[in-house]
Design a protein around this ligand. Structure first.
Ligand code: PEP
Ligand code: MG
Length: 755
């Protein structure tokens, strides 16, 4: 390598000295570009900083006209510098002017320079600026020089990220790095939280970039890589593939990458330029993340994710410890940010300090979202590059009502949100005041409000909602959040604790509703064209009765001496109900024969969520002890819209005549047969939905914990008789779907119902 003064290691050492000097930010930058130019025998070295509006401002130069500093501002896609920034890739050209992206700013005087080497200034995959060297001669920079410049850019990235340069910026043109940013994602869990960023996989703060002894550093890297490979082999051989929540395929992919020569060569090449093994991992990680963010190929993105995870593991090997934040270190008002996270990992955090969650992946139906909802913390998913943008300790607002996130918010935004939080708190206090009031409508009708639950962390909600019992306990959640199939004694313990917590209040346990989209990570799944219509729920339970039998046994044992309700999901034919009920009877006989204490009473019922069941109601009502309508699935099947597909899930109105008539008919038949009927789909958790249901004969609803306050507040003001007359009229002659919803809203407004 052509180097005037000792190559990259000397450059890095000098840089470290400059970083430690007590000089102004501008002086420091000026010294840095001089150093780089001298070290790389370049006539020009310039630093461009990405501003929050996406433009690139020249912050320092050696070689170009000094007057252009802070004057030259390039558009995001302008020239070669713009290209380096947007691609987050190095650009090495011996004849820059012949490149199609070349554009020239006369004030810089750069027309006389032919060769060009630009590297992105990257931090956690996010571009913060561009570092450029140029020479008059047509010269191709050798690979080592590219590496050296990239390493130097890491040091600059830390300087920009520290906020030091903000003092040099004109108002309104601050560097993107520390500027406030508004991101959007999809809502996973409702609520608003203000707090401070905690990275689930924290970036390691590297204090030493420069290797004192390169061969020794290479050896450290090799040792860590060997240890990483051995660990992966051992995990796979042990068959304990659930270790760390990972699936076998994922571990196989990790092993493949860990043995991939391209990856290890990139790491050792980076070390060879004179940086420490940790700094090399960080650099390769940052490049990987930058590529990931720009890749639209889902397969490639997935592989890059694997590589990123592997980088984290390697870093842990090098640091010799797990650098994940411990429970004790968690600050108050912590808002967790992660690329992705399993439900168990979320439950590991201290609930008292945790205020919110932001994920780069994660959809509303994911298990971690279910847990976030159960914890009552706002959560937002599908937030692009949240991990790369936020720094630990940054102020952050998570608005789970709109899907917005504000990182480093302005004082105005913070004040507005603080007010909204106070308003919500006041409303919560009003709801709390309703808790012990009997749930009776204005015209004196008693309404039963039950709770939807599924995890042990839901149990305090029995108390704080003042519910009349649990109307739907989704037993599959215990199976979904765990790393392996819960043993029967674990099932027994959970069911017992649910019944203990409920005391005298009734509890309806729904048997496993797995399969389809509710896959268990540790269970082999068969690819299905239409998983929602596939081998799931009771179908699976009847075909593989072992699982169903042991679950029912656990339920009956847990209920020894008390009452319990057992409900089956996805029943499509009455004969399926008969078969499932037979399993309950057989288990009761088994327990009796083995001297176990039996439940005092067992009610057996079913969900009504498959349209075919609507035409078997007479036969069904003769057999069941109760019914509960699963309006989420019933709607999905009646309208043939995938509830998990955001392109279609909102396409049809949940308050339109076809579905409402179906719901009305179910309630009418059940009421006539004097069979208790409830509804546990999301509709019941919306005040407007609850209004519609009450006006069609439903007197029992099962709701999520947060819905109890708003729905009860509506019921207390409602004259059900009036609502029934209106609904009967609307369903008689509906003039299109919109009118029913709107007319219900008009009615609510006229009656002063809080919706
Ligand atoms: C439903 O389908 O309405 C229901 C309550 O069950 P789940 O949402 O668990 O499918
Ligand atoms: Mg369902």
């Amino acid at each position: 390598m052509r180097s005037a003064s000792g190559g990259p290691r000397v450059l890095l050492r000098r840089l470290r000295e400059v970083m430690a000097e007590k000089v102004s930010a501008q002086d420091r930058l000026d010294k840095i570009v001089v150093l780089i130019a001298a070290n790389m025998v370049a006539e020009v070295c310039s630093t461009y900083v990405l501003r929050h509006d996406g433009t690139l401002e020249l912050y320092a130069t050696e070689g170009l006209n000094r007057e252009a500093v802070h004057q030259t501002v390039l558009n995001a896609d302008e020239g070669l510098v713009g290209l380096v920034a947007s691609d987050a890739n190095a650009l090495n050209l011996s004849d820059a002017q012949s490149h199609p992206a070349f554009s020239y700013r006369p004030e810089t005087g750069e027309e006389i320079y032919h060769s060009f080497l630009g590297v992105p200034i990257l931090r956690a995959g996010t571009t913060l600026g561009v570092l450029v060297v140029q020479n008059r001669a047509h010269r191709t920079y050798v690979e080592e020089e590219v590496e050296a410049l990239q390493t130097t850019a890491m040091v600059l990235a830390e300087m920009i990220a520290s906020g030091e340069l903000s003092a040099l910026a004109k108002p309104g043109a601050e560097p993107a790095a520390r500027h406030g940013i508004h991101l959007e994602g999809s809502i996973l869990s409702d609520g608003i939280a203000l707090g401070h960023v905690v990275l689930h996989e924290p970036r390691v703060v590297i204090t030493n970039y420069i290797a004192e002894d390169v061969p020794k550093e290479l050896k450290r890297l090799d040792t860590a890589l060997a240890k990483l490979r051995a660990d992966l082999d051992r995990m796979l051989e042990r068959g304990d593939v659930a270790d760390g929540g990972e699936h076998r395929d994922v571990l196989e992919a990790y092993r493949m990458f860990a043995n991939d020569h391209g990856w290890s060569r990139r790491l050792s090449d980076a070390v060879a330029t004179g940086i420490t093994a940790e700094a090399a991992v960080e650099r390769v990680q940052s490049d990987t993340r930058a590529r990931m963010l720009r890749s639209t190929d889902p397969y490639l993105r997935e592989r890059l994710h694997d590589l990123e995870d592997l980088g984290h593991r390697l870093m842990r090997q090098l640091m010799g410890h797990d650098h994940a934040p411990s429970r004790e270190q968690l600050p108050d008002n912590a808002i967790l940010i992660a690329r992705s996270m399993g439900p168990a990992a979320l439950l590991d955090y201290d609930r008292k300090r945790l205020r919110g969650l932001v994920l780069e992946e994660g959809t509303a139906n994911s298990h971690v979202a279910i847990v976030a909802r159960a914890l009552g913390i706002p959560a937002i998913g599908e937030v692009e590059n949240a991990v790369g943008i936020a720094d630990p300790g940054d102020a952050i607002i998570v608005d789970g009502t709109s899907g917005s996130i504000y990182i480093r918010p302005t004082a105005e935004i913070e004040a507005a949100y603080a007010e909204r939080v106070r308003f919500r708190a006041r409303r919560q206090a009003q709801y709390l005041a309703l808790r012990d009031k009997p749930c009776v409508s204005k015209d004196g009708q008693k309404i039963e409000l039950l709770l939807n639950a599924g995890l042990a962390i839901d149990l305090p909600h029995i108390e704080d909602t003042g519910c009349s019992g649990i109307g739907l306990f989704r037993t599959e959640l215990q199976f979904m959040v765990g790393q392996s199939l819960p043993r029967s004694n674990e099932q027994l313990a959970l069911y017992r604790s649910v019944l203990d917590a409920a005391g005298d209040k009734p509890v309806t346990f729904r048997t496993l509703d797995i399969g389809g989209d509710k896959a268990l990570p540790y269970m082999e799944t068969i690819a299905e064209e239409n998983p929602a219509l596939g081998w799931r729920a009771i179908r699976l339970g009847l075909d593989r009765p072992g699982l169903l039998r042991s679950q029912i046994r656990a339920l009956l044992r847990a209920a020894g001496g008390r009452a319990v309700k057992i409900m089956f999901p996805m029943i499509s034919e009455v004969t399926e109900f008969d078969q499932a009920k037979l399993v309950v009877e057989r288990e009761l006989t088994y327990l009796r024969q083995h001297g176990h204490s039996l439940p005092e009473r067992v009610d057996v019922g079913t969900m009504v969520e498959v349209p075919a069941l609507l035409y078997q109601l007479d036969e069904l009502l003769e057999r069941v002890d109760f019914l509960s309508v699963g309006s989420n699935d019933l709607f999905q099947f009646m309208f043939a819209v995938d509830r998990g597909n955001s392109k279609v899930s909102d396409r049809f109105d949940t308050h339109s005549a076809p579905i409402l008539r179906a719901l009305r008919d179910i309630a009418a038949k059940a009421n006539a047969a004097k069979v208790p009927i409830s509804l546990c789909g999301e509709m019941a958790s919306q005040p407007l939905g609850a209004l519609a249901l009450l006006s069609m004969g439903y007197r029992s609803l099962s709701l999520s914990a947060t819905a109890h306050g708003p729905v009860k507040a509506m019921i207390l003001e409602l004259d059900i008789g009036k609502a029934e007359s209106l609904m009967a009229e609307l369903l008689q002659a509906p003039s299109g779907s919109v009118s029913i919803k709107e007319k219900l809203k008009d009615f609510a407004e006229k009656e002063g119902l809080p919706l």
